[in-house]
Structure formats: structure tokens, C-alpha cells
Design a protein around this ligand. Structure first.
Ligand SMILES: Cc1ncc(COP(=O)(O)O)c(C=O)c1O
Length: 394
């Protein structure tokens, strides 16, 4: 071998790394200070984002030794019974947690939610037919743009006039729509859909940023998609839940990798699935089940959001940007009454271990993402800092 590294030497080197790592890795408490850290980290990132500590610990162990097999989760074949069991458990947990009826197919696909922006119309929208889209935020706008490549789009309503700081209401779905597409939670602008249309057209929803966070009748939806990297796991995998009866009507030649029917027929293993990302999803779903499922986590999410919105209402230094009826429980967005104070508040957040709190560049100000795994203590710490800041600058 080149550079004088013999194969034996390499193996020995790799083994010594593995042997020396477990105690160190497992000793790290990911939410509490290590020797290098001087304070607790509060992770308000919008995605990829905070996951439960037990998931990090279990996933770390599986990288070194998956289920006592002596193999890393990163080196097992996706067509082995070992991985099939992971995929089966992940699918079963989705069905159980969301109480899905038997006609729903659960897929784990690649390409992120952005791929669904075009995969949905490619599979469901014949050329010349029309789909209805709600333009309630940046991600919905992107979905509309992609759908127009395949057919016609009827925009049900738009809140672009006020930078998507509210959701359009009082819209009706016209007859003859191929499907209706709604983003359930607008991650960037901090709005969340709280009412759903009464329509005969199939209902499609991008639930990337609030999947598994609140109870809904998920069987009312004909297609749900969500990138995993917020409430469900690591980046790299995309959940798609689909009613099979919708398929086969688009009348176009769909490349195999983009054809839902092929993924269904192959159990999400048409090609190599993102093995580790599916595994992390499975661990996160197991954790959610232990929390009492969606019914267990929802009141905690409500309490976290209430605490923060109450502070924003109470402290005049801060101004929430979203209309009260449309506020998101997952992404809370605000600006400072005096924009000159933004840099100082951001610096104090940073000094107190609060990461990911800066607002998206299209909105400015601040955004705190309060996903399932974010602990109440992090919101309490943020609110305590806000109160203290308001006392000094009010
Ligand atoms: C609601 C929503 N849809 C779509 C996306 C795009 O997801 P991805 O980066 O996985 O393509 C995001 C990303 O944050 C999102 O929040």
C-alpha cells in the first residue's frame, strides 16, 4: 500500500481507536457541561435540531457495536435481517404513533422535503390538470414553483403581502382540483395551520416542521411528507405517507427513483436507503412512544410555546411577528421593538449557551424552535434571560 501503511497496520490502528472510544463517548453528557464547556447548551436550531439525549447515546453505541453484533450500524447491509428489523420497527412505530389506517403506505425516501416539492406533482398531477396550493410561507412558495413544472396551480390564498406573518383564511377549494397542498407549519415565518379544508379533493401536506408534535386525524390526509431532521431524527431521510389509490393517474413516464409505486413495491429499498438516518428515526420514535406518543408530547409542546409567547406579550422590548391565531407551537418568531438592541440580545443568548436563536434572513429578528426534544428547562432559561434583558433595557 502507498505511504508505507500496510493493511495490518491500518486494521490495528482502526481497532485501537474503536476500543478506546466507548467509555469516552458514553461519558459525555450532551446537555450538560463537559470539561471543555463552561455552560449548558440550549439548542433552538430550526433543523437539523435537538434530539433526545438517549437517542444520541444509543446511536453512538450502535456506531461502535450494533445490537451486540460486533458490527457498526454504518457497515451492515441494508438487505440483511438486521436492517430489515430496523425498517420494520420504524414503519410500525409511525403507523402506531399516528394511528394510521391500513390503506396508508409508509415510506422512508431520500432527497429531503424539497424533493417532495416535485415528486408529489410528478406522481399526482397530470399535465393540464390543476392542483390547489396554499401560499402560506417560503416553503409553500417553493412547492408551488415546482408543481408548475407539471401542471396548473390554483393558489387558494397567499400571505406574501405581509411577508407570511399570518396565514390566509376564508379560502375555498374550487371543484375539480387534483389535490390540495398545505404546509402544516411554516418553519421560517412561525405560522401553523390550525384549520383544514373540508374538501373531496385529496389532501397533501408538508409536515416537515411539526410532524409528531400535535394530534391530528392523519387519516384525513392522502399524502403527508416530512424531512426527518426536526422532530423525527437526523437529516438524510424523508418520511412519506401515502394512500396508494392516488397513484397511477399522472399519465407520465416517471423515473423509477421518483415513482412512489416502485418504492412501495420495494419497501423503501428500491436502492440503498439512508440506513443510519432511518435507524436514528426509529430511536427517536421509540423515545416518543415512551413519552406517551403524540398525545403525551403535545401538552408539553403547548406549555413550552405558551411560556415563550406569554413572555413576548408581557415584555414590550420584544415584539412577536405572527398574528395570535396563526402562531406556531414549534417555531416562535419575534423582533426587538428597538432593532438597535438585537445585537446585544443575540450576544447575551450566545453567552448563555443558547444556539440557533437568530431569525431566518428573510424575516430577521429571532426564532426559537421548540421541537419535541427541546426540554422545558431550555425555554425557562430563555424566558429568564428575556426578563432580565427587559429589566435592563425596558
Ligand atoms: C416546512 C418545510 N418544508 C420543506 C423544507 C425543506 O426540507 P429539506 O431541506 O429536507 O429539503 C423545510 C426545511 O426546513 C421545511 O421547514
Amino acid at each position: 500500500m502507498h505511504n508505507g501503511w500496510g493493511a495490518k497496520h491500518l486494521v490495528k490502528f482502526a481497532t485501537s481507536q474503536i476500543v478506546s472510544r466507548p467509555p469516552r463517548l458514553l461519558a459525555v453528557n450532551l446537555r450538560h457541561p463537559t470539561k471543555q464547556q463552561t455552560h449548558v447548551v440550549h439548542n433552538f436550531n430550526s433543523g437539523p435540531s435537538v434530539l433526545p439525549k438517549v437517542v444520541f447515546e444509543e446511536a453512538s453505541r450502535a456506531i461502535l457495536d450494533f445490537n451486540n453484533t460486533g458490527l457498526s450500524i454504518l457497515e451492515i447491509g441494508h438487505r440483511t435481517p438486521l436492517f430489515q428489523a430496523v425498517m420494520d420497527e420504524a414503519v410500525a412505530l409511525i403507523k402506531e404513533l399516528m394511528q394510521l389506517s391500513d390503506d396508508k403506505e409508509v415510506l422512508f425516501l431520500h432527497g429531503g422535503a424539497s424533493t417532495q416539492f416535485f415528486q408529489v406533482p410528478m406522481n399526482l398531477l397530470p399535465a393540464g390538470a390543476t392542483a390547489a396550493y396554499l401560499d402560506g410561507g417560503t416553503w409553500g412558495t417553493k412547492a408551488i414553483k415546482e408543481a408548475r413544472r407539471f401542471g396548473q396551480v390554483h393558489v387558494l390564498g397567499s400571505s406574501a403581502d405581509k411577508n407570511y406573518s399570518y396565514l390566509p383564511h376564508d379560502w375555498q377549494v374550487p371543484a375539480g382540483m387534483q389535490y390540495v397542498h398545505i404546509t402544516s407549519n411554516n418553519t421560517i415565518e412561525g405560522t401553523q395551520q390550525h384549520e383544514w379544508p373540508n374538501t373531496d379533493a385529496p389532501l397533501v401536506s408538508d409536515m416537515s416542521s411539526d410532524i409528531m408534535s400535535r394530534q391530528l386525524d392523519f387519516n384525513r390526509f392522502d399524502l403527508i411528507y416530512a424531512g426527518a431532521q426536526k422532530n423525527m431524527g437526523a437529516a438524510g431521510v424523508n418520511l412519506v405517507i401515502i394512500n396508494k389509490e392516488l397513484l397511477g393517474k399522472a399519465e407520465r413516464d416517471i423515473p423509477a427513483m421518483l415513482d412512489y409505486r416502485q418504492h412501495i413495491a420495494n419497501g423503501s429499498m428500491l436502492n440503498t436507503p439512508p440506513v443510519f438516518a432511518v435507524y436514528v428515526c426509529m430511536l427517536t420514535l421509540r423515545w416518543l412512544k415512551q413519552q406517551g406518543g403524540i398525545a403525551g408530547i403535545e401538552p408539553i409542546n403547548q406549555a413550552k410555546a405558551r411560556l415563550l409567547y406569554d413572555a413576548l406579550e408581557r415584555l414590550p422590548v420584544f415584539t412577536p411577528t405572527v398574528a395570535p391565531a396563526d402562531r406556531s407551537l414549534m417555531n416562535v418568531v419575534w423582533v426587538m421593538q428597538d432593532p438597535a438592541l438585537e445585537a446585544a440580545f443575540l450576544a447575551e443568548c450566545k453567552a448563555n449557551g443558547m444556539v440557533g436563536i437568530k431569525g431566518h434572513r428573510s424575516v430577521g429578528g429571532f426564532r426559537a424552535s421548540l421541537y419535541n426534544a427541546l426540554e422545558m428547562s431550555s425555554v425557562e432559561a430563555l424566558v429568564a434571560l428575556m426578563e432580565d434583558f427587559a429589566r435592563r433595557h425596558g
